[in-house]
Design a protein around this ligand. Structure first.
Ligand code: DAH
Length: 341
């Protein structure tokens, strides 16, 4: 039995030394020290031994059990340590590695220009208004005094959705005037920027989609002097103090009188240069006193209230602001272009 115990001890130690997983250690424990284990099997034969031999073998068997139990624990600890070290190695973070640069974009030049314009008007008490790009011809034309047969309603100019020319992509931001009159209490001061659509071929100054900024004021005792004074003050803030404006008569169905406003060329100071095409002046926007019919159609008493309105092309403002020569650059979104702003 002594040799049997010795063999079990050697075999078990060898197997333990080989073990690579704690589950393996557990099955070795069962195999040698468990109830049906090899050591237990030997102990069960103790009865056959003589009275002198029994304590000796008993002691020996206990020693083997203790040794193996201790060895299993030690091996378990060792495996766990190896595992921990491997994990620490795998999950190590090298804080000295330079971070990956995250590219942050920035505002598009046209929106930089729009923000400047918005800020000026908000400072004057205007509210920013947003509205639908898919619009009823009723708002885009009828309610703005452009009745059936008006040339701007032509199919060759406008994107209609239906045969009856009822639903369309708005061709101007002016329908926002009507939406404002329908939803806002008087007096009204609104600025409504947004996309508009027209059947234009793409070239250096045209695009079937572009942006306008609409503005409108309605109150008691509003005159053309308010229109001229306000718009001139805005241009001075945009282009610098002393900037000169000029108003030329024009025609729009929803204003009477109507005008176009030019700003004296900031490049040549009015002498004439390539930027202003030799004119000395640059056309900026259309404006006018809101037609009494337009006010009345929206339920506003034109005897008591009057107002002025304007619409300007945002791309043009941005092109002038950043000296961009071709409209297409604004929409192509070539990062080499955009990164310059
Ligand atoms: N909607 C006009 C256009 O697209 C611009 C315009 C002119 C707007 C006069 C106005 C205005 O509000 O009063 O050409």
């Amino acid at each position: 039995m002594k040799t049997q115990l010795e063999t079990i001890k050697q075999k078990a130690l060898a197997a333990l030394a080989e073990a690579k997983e704690s589950a393996e250690l557990e099955s070795l424990r069962v195999k040698y020290l468990g109830k049906k284990g090899e050591l237990t099997a030997v102990l069960k034969q103790m009865g056959k031994l003589s009275a002198e031999e029994r304590p000796v073998i008993g002691q020996l068997a206990n020693d083997v059990r203790e040794l193996l139990t201790a060895e299993i624990e030690a091996q378990k600890a060792k495996l766990e340590e190896i595992k921990l070290e491997a994990r620490l190695r795998d999950e190590a973070v090298d804080v000295t590695i330079p971070g990956r640069e995250k590219k942050l974009g920035h505002q598009h030049p046209m929106y930089i220009a729009l923000e400047e314009i918005k800020e000026i008007f908000v400072g004057m008490g205007f509210t920013i208004l947003d509205g639908p790009e898919v619009e009823l011809a009723y708002y885009n034309f009828d309610r703005l005094n452009a009745e059936e047969g008006h040339p701007s309603r032509d199919w060759s100019d406008t994107f209609y959705f239906d045969e009856d020319s009822r639903v369309m992509l708005r061709s101007q931001t002016s329908p926002m005037q009507v939406h404002a009159m329908e939803t806002k209490p008087l007096p009204i001061r609104i600025l409504a920027p947004g996309r508009v659509y027209r059947k234009d071929e793409v070239d250096a100054t045209h695009s079937p989609m572009f942006h306008q900024v609409e503005g409108m004021v309605i109150d008691k005792n509003i005159t053309m002097a308010d229109l001229k004074g306000t718009l001139t003050a805005v241009m001075e803030q945009l282009y610098g103090e002393g900037t000169k404006t000029r108003f030329r008569p024009h025609h729009f169905p929803f204003t009477e009188p109507s005008c176009e406003m030019d700003v004296q060329c900031h490049k040549c100071g009015g002498v004439g240069c390539p930027t202003c095409k030799g004119e000395g002046w640059i056309e900026i926007l259309g404006a006018g006193m809101i037609h009494p019919k337009v006010l009345e159609m929206s339920g506003i008493d034109s005897e008591e209230y009057s107002g002025w309105a304007f619409g300007m092309g945002l791309e043009r403002m941005a092109m002038r602001r950043f000296k961009i020569s071709d409209l297409r650059l604004i929409f192509e979104n070539d990062v080499r272009f955009l990164e310059q702003f």
